[in-house]
Design a protein around this ligand. Structure first.
Ligand SMILES: Cc1ncc(COP(=O)(O)O)c(C=O)c1O
Length: 474
């Protein structure tokens, strides 16, 4: 895991901008602009208005952008598959950002939803998602989760270990239902990404080694309450090129071809992991090109083996919601810190931190920030946006240039926080988790309320509800 001490004082990719108000196009939500007062406008609603109405910190997600991106991704994979005479389906990876509204948006656009726990399943079901269009993941699904998934008729369960084969089969038998399953395999391909995020190394917890998969499938085929649909492989996250996917597809198709000798293998799920731009250094491959490259690789492999292309499935999360989300914070303190004789950095403390965005502390992730409440003519200053937790590693944006006059009371927006921020949020230091607001064509709507002190105390059985009420009313 990367820590701030591994990093250079100023990363090479960070260049001082001519204008520290400018919104780098690929990073900020499409359509984000500054209004006449200089405030950034998201989905037609100004940051100043959003902060005024809903407070800060605040997760803001642009519904229209999520929907448009869901359509774009679905079209990209369907069109790419069609060019090879095949079909494709797309499951939104709910772990990126899951609320009932988000489920409704993506399912209305034609996507299924991949859930990774009973809790995520509950949210998808509460949103009214068709269970047949859900997929359940997890390397240690609880018996209660398996039972519920089978009972509600989840479309597919992705099996992660031998013991799970028996568990799911027993549960299906006890309910008298045949359950469709896939098995997750490690292709052994190491994604070109931050090492910690890659999930297809051999020495990791997910899935079956390619060499063990045939025996697992043979066992599934012996069990009348399981229907084997195909292989699943997810090679990692925040991946930019097609090379890793293509190599992985080649290995997985080889196994897929062997499995066809023993019976039907209608589906191949190649997971998600498509990268987005967090800063000016990121240059993600356009989704249509990515889809084309991946599907072409599968097509080539199938053709060379003389087999038809199976139906393809993909599970993107970040690329659907990442860029559609921003987080708004209020600046509390600004402190110049002399880093070396010739380097000073402004530490800008905001009213959130690693509890609403764990990715910087967890993965050394990079982000971009701007003053969102006004424009400034001040010269850009090297800045670090930090939270208010009791951790030196509580950093939201490690390296950024903000106008040098950034001051307490300013709103700061952090870009591309739509994925893996709300979903990774915690109550560390008993901070309340922020609300989520959906913006769409000039309107703003609360879709998840923020927590308050009652939420923080609600599970603490040492607090009598009566005393809590009387203290509040005192
Ligand atoms: C099995 C699986 N599918 C899909 C995803 C979604 O990845 P991303 O959000 O990078 O597209 C993940 C992320 O970890 C995953 O583990």
């Amino acid at each position: 895991m990367s820590t701030t001490s591994d990093r250079p004082a100023v990363p090479e990719w960070l260049t001082q901008p001519h204008d520290a108000n400018a919104l780098v196009e690929a990073v900020w939500p499409e359509g984000a602009v500054r209004d006449d007062a200089g405030a950034i406008v998201f989905g037609g609603v100004s940051a100043a208005e959003l902060a005024e109405r809903f407070g800060t910190p605040l997760y803001v997600v642009d519904e229209d952008l999520v929907r448009a991106r869901a359509r774009e991704v679905l079209t990209a994979f369907r069109d790419a598959a069609a060019r090879h005479g095949g079909t494709a389906r797309v499951y939104y990876a709910g772990k990126a950002l899951l609320t009932t509204d988000v489920v409704r948006w993506v399912t209305a656009e034609g996507l299924g939803v991949d859930v990774a726990s009973g809790g995520e399943l509950a949210v998808a079901l509460a949103a009214g998602a068709d269970p047949a269009r859900l997929g359940l993941h997890g390397n240690n699904k609880l018996p209660s989760e398996i039972s519920r998934a089978v009972r509600v008729g989840v479309g597919s369960i992705v099996i992660d270990s031998l013991v799970e084969i028996e568990r799911i089969a027993a549960e299906a038998e006890s309910q008298g239902r045949v359950q469709t399953v896939l098995i997750r395999v490690n292709s052994g391909v190491h994604a070109e990404t931050h090492d910690f995020l890659a999930t297809a190394h051999e020495d990791q917890k997910f899935g079956f080694a390619l060499t063990d998969a045939e025996a697992a499938v043979a066992r599934i085929r012996e069990l009348p309450w399981l229907r084997f649909a195909g292989l699943h492989c997810h090679i990692g996250s925040q991946i930019f090129g097609t090379a890793g996917f293509a190599e992985s597809a080649a290995r997985v198709v080889e196994l897929h071809a062997r499995l066809r000798e023993g019976g039907d293998v209608p589906l191949l799920n190649l997971g998600g992991g498509f990268g987005i731009a967090y800063t000016s250094k990121d240059d993600p491959t356009p989704i249509a090109k990515l889809a084309d490259g991946i599907v072409a690789a599968v097509g080539r492999e199938c053709e060379s083996r003389g087999i038809p292309m199976p139906e393809l499935a993909f599970e993107p999360g970040r690329t659907i919601v990442g860029r559609a989300g921003v987080t708004l914070y209020r600046v509390g303190t600004v402190k110049p810190v002399r880093v070396s004789d010739d380097l000073e950095r402004l530490y800008v403390s905001v009213d959130g931190g690693m509890s609403d965005n764990a990715r910087t502390a967890l993965y050394g992730a990079d982000y971009s920030a701007r003053i969102a409440s006004r424009r400034s003519d001040s010269a850009p200053a090297l800045t670090r946006v930090v939270g208010r937790h009791c951790e030196a590693g509580d950093i939201v944006v490690s390296d950024e240039y903000l106008p040098g006059d950034v001051e307490p009371g300013d709103l700061v927006a952090v870009a591309a926080t739509g994925a893996y921020c709300f979903s990774l949020a915690s109550n560390y230091n008993y901070l309340t988790r922020p609300p989520v607001v959906a913006v769409s064509a000039g309107t703003a709507r609360l879709i998840v309320r923020g927590e308050d002190e009652n939420d923080l105390l609600a599970r603490d059985l040492g607090v009598a509800p009566a005393s809590r009420t009387s203290e509040e009313s005192a």
